[in-house]
Write a protein of this length. Structure first.
Length: 368
């Protein structure tokens, strides 16, 4: 068993990807209980890691900002200072669990003599292999992204992992929980159960129409007349989508203000239930213990959906499902794909979860 004193995890972005990697902290706490764990992350997502009892130090790097001004001498001075700061930590080992060029560069700049990453068939960008010198072995049993990540981190230890054993953590303070409780009650007094909805996502092939989510809410409301639905958003476009859902759904549906990661986590924890496409907030809701029903079209639910008895997903039943057509690109079968999943299906799954015994917000926990 290696005796690592200081370990660096490199998972820079994005929101859902960082959440998917959170179980590595609990794994390392078991496999290397005396090691100090640091995590290098894009500064935009550092809030997801703050307060995590298993992480000794969060290393925020303004990667997105640097990319936007790559030609500036100031950018290179900042990057050099960050690299020197990483090297001063004298890491024994670094784990690149992102697998692209930028994460590889950060891993290499850490100066860690052992730099573990994905094998070529798993890495997101083949150039990532230039920066690692140890790799996990691809396994056919590793279907889910969190399994693939745990495979990398477990490689030097030989300590087996079962994904169900390792839960991610996003911490909320009592003050954050109290603020979330006040906000939800002020917007929709006396509602129960509560349902969070985040319609927005970055890929066109993941998105569903506002009418889809509105109809889902209307159907669930028939089974649970006291339902309060809370819409969350992060961009101006997502806000417009949420306004459309609210107007179409009618009844007790409220738009939450734009919230930071910790406040959003607290709101999801208090709601206890969440529906949405494959998007970062879905995975955040799952990791704080909200029961989720998710819709997958362009991405693969077997690879990325929340895992566990409190989570269900619906995959578009077309031969070309999980097509991986990313970003703003439009699939020629998009309308057919959207129509292949019906609001009644999502509503039925959520009604089944809502019928289960209620857990307190403090008791909730999930595998992302």
């Amino acid at each position: 068993m290696p005796d690592f004193r200081r370990i660096l995890i490199v998972k820079l972005s994005a929101m859902g990807d960082v959440v998917h990697a959170l179980p590595v902290v609990s794994y390392l706490r078991r496999a290397a209980p005396s090691a100090e764990i640091h995590w290098a992350v894009d500064a935009r997502f550092a809030g997801l890691l703050e307060g995590n009892p298993g992480i000794a130090k969060v290393v925020p790097l303004p990667v997105k900002e640097w990319k936007g001004r790559v030609g500036s001498p100031g950018t290179w001075r900042e990057a050099l200072a960050a690299a020197c700061a990483l090297r001063r930590e004298r890491y024994d080992v670094a784990f690149d669990v992102q697998g692209n060029i930028k994460s590889g560069v950060v891993t290499w700049l850490s100066g860690a003599p052992l730099r573990y990453g994905f094998p070529g068939e798993v890495a997101r960008e083949p150039q990532n292999l230039w920066f690692t010198n140890r790799r996990s072995t691809a396994s056919e049993v590793d279907r889910h992204v969190t399994q693939k990540i745990l495979r990398v981190v477990s490689t030097p230890f030989g300590v087996p992992f079962a994904m169900e054993e390792f839960r991610g953590e996003v911490e909320n303070t009592p003050e954050e929980m109290a603020a979330a409780a006040r906000l939800l009650e002020e917007l929709l007094p006396g509602t129960s159960p509560r349902l969070a909805i985040h319609p927005g996502t970055t890929w066109n092939t993941k998105r569903m129409d506002p009418s889809f989510w509105a109809e889902t809410v209307r159907i669930v409301r028939v089974a649970f007349p006291g339902l309060g639905a809370y819409l969350t958003w992060g961009t101006g476009m997502e806000q417009k989508e949420c306004l459309a859902v609210r107007d179409l759904a009618g009844g007790r549906v409220a738009l939450l203000p734009r919230l930071g990661y910790k406040a959003l986590a607290a709101a999801y924890r208090m709601c206890g239930h969440m529906i949405g496409p494959d998007t970062g907030p879905l995975h955040l809701a799952a990791v704080v213990g909200a029961r989720t029903v998710s819709v997958f079209r362009g991405s693969d639910g077997r690879y990325a959906a929340p895992v566990g008895p409190g989570h269900r997903f619906l995959q578009a039943p077309l031969p070309c499902t999980a097509c991986q057509i990313k970003g703003k690109k439009v699939c020629p079968r998009d309308a057919e794909c959207r129509a292949s999943i019906r609001p009644a299906e999502v509503a039925a799954e959520m009604e089944a979860l809502m019928a289960q015994p209620v857990r307190s917000a403090a008791d909730r926990g999930a595998i992302p």
